[in-house]
Write a protein that binds this ligand. Structure first.
Ligand SMILES: Cc1cc2nc3c(=O)[nH]c(=O)nc-3n(C[C@H](O)[C@H](O)[C@H](O)COP(=O)(O)OP(=O)(O)OC[C@H]3O[C@@H](n4cnc5c(N)ncnc54)[C@H](O)[C@@H]3O)c2cc1C
Length: 337
């Protein structure tokens, strides 16, 4: 069996390692746009209070995976799928090639979602979705720290990532203002009373929280960045944290069914029986995306067992809860299954 995996997040790497353990003779190739190894995405939002984060976030080097007989093609993009020839096209530094597969595993994760009105200002703001993004934010911040200046950040979005990053930047000593469109923080994950506690915790750490704010544009003026809502306010840096968008384009161009994510059946199989999807990019028949570490790990282990012939029953999610990694805040939020 010749298996090609696209993506080196928890979905792709967990699947690759488990399938390698179960199928010693299989050929496994993992293609990824990343350069730095397999890292913990949840830790990105602790990227300002941990000085050694750029190293400690790496859970496994790509060489370690190669030692385990998983062929990793790093820093490369799968740009097309030819379903009739069962090949994928790959573009990387100085190379273009095609790989054939018996089974193709799409584990491409998600990109940061940017609301349409803000897309025109892409050069003015950061997103925090990958290690490259974190390094860019840390690099921007360093000259301020060198001069003992506290940069003032505007964070657009008071959801999970916006609140976590606001907390971490504030605890690291920066000034932070959060603009949130709704009347309470993390309204999609938290009970109303927990949103109130979260607001107090953030305020106590020095974060300014502005609710019911519709941010419609940014302007760069005299070295400062302005956020335009009903009023205008000035900042050193902007972060847009408005959710995530599964990377469905590759599947869509290949003629697979796509809605919010790549549509799969309860066996994580797309409408093409040789192609499977899991993790942030997969949409289950109930219309849900299971974009959290625990269910993704469960999908990856299940799929490896299924393809190795050791599992017959369909994947089903177990109940799980996650916690917002806001310093000093404890409420867990059960996922609504
Ligand atoms: C800041 C932050 C904090 C979070 N905190 C938590 C938390 O506390 N708890 C929790 O449960 N979840 C958390 N999450 C969500 C969790 O991290 C994700 O659900 C999970 O990492 C998704 O894993 P994945 O493997 O599906 O995708 P990803 O980790 O996104 O990996 C996808 C990979 O695919 C690669 N790729 C994409 N397209 C291509 C292509 N065409 N060719 C080659 N490679 C490609 C990308 O380079 C990437 O390596 C957080 C997410 C973020 C961003």
């Amino acid at each position: 069996m010749n298996v090609v995996i696209v993506g080196s997040g928890i979905a792709g790497v967990t699947f690759a390692e488990k399938y390698r353990a179960l199928s010693p003779d299989a050929e496994i190739v993992l293609v990824t746009g990343e350069h730095d190894g397999y890292y913990s995405r949840p830790l990105l939002s602790r990227g300002f209070t941990k000085n050694d984060i750029e190293q400690s976030i790496i859970l496994k080097s790509f060489d370690k995976l190669r030692e385990n007989n998983i062929d990793v093609i790093a820093g490369s993009e799968v740009t097309a799928i030819d379903r009739s020839a069962k090949t994928v096209a790959i573009e990387g530094p100085g190379q273009e090639k095609s790989l054939s597969y018996d089974k193709l595993i799409l584990a491409q994760g998600s990109a940061a979602f940017v609301p349409p009105p803000l897309r025109a200002y892409e050069k003015l703001f950061f997103s925090l979705n990958s290690l490259i993004d974190l390094k860019a934010m840390r690099k921007f911040r360093q000259p301020f720290l060198n001069q003992n200046i506290k940069p003032h950040w505007a964070i657009v979005g008071g959801g999970l990532i916006g609140c976590e990053v606001a907390s971490d930047l504030a605890v690291a000593g920066d000034k932070v203002t959060v603009f949130h469109a709704m009347d309470r923080l993390m309204e999609r994950q938290l009970l109303a009373e927990d949103s109130v506690s979260l607001l107090y915790v953030l305020q106590a750490s020095g974060v300014e929280v502005l609710l019911n704010q519709s941010v419609h544009s940014f302007v760069e003026e005299g070295g400062k960045l302005c956020v335009k809502t009903d009023v205008t306010a000035e900042f050193d840096a902007l972060l847009v944290a408005c959710g995530f968008k599964p990377r469905t384009e590759l599947a869509q161009h290949a003629g697979l069914d796509v809605a919010r994510g790549i549509k799969v059946n309860p066996y994580l199989q797309t409408k093409d029986e040789a192609i499977f999807a899991l993790g942030d990019v997969a949409e289950l028949p109930d219309g849900k995306l299971y974009a959290y570490i625990l269910p993704i790990r469960s999908q990856a282990l299940w799929l490896a067992n299924y393809l190795a012939g050791q599992e017959q029953a369909a994947w089903s999610p177990a109940p799980f809860t996650t916690k917002a990694k806001v310093h000093g805040f404890e409420a867990a939020h059960p996922y609504n299954l």
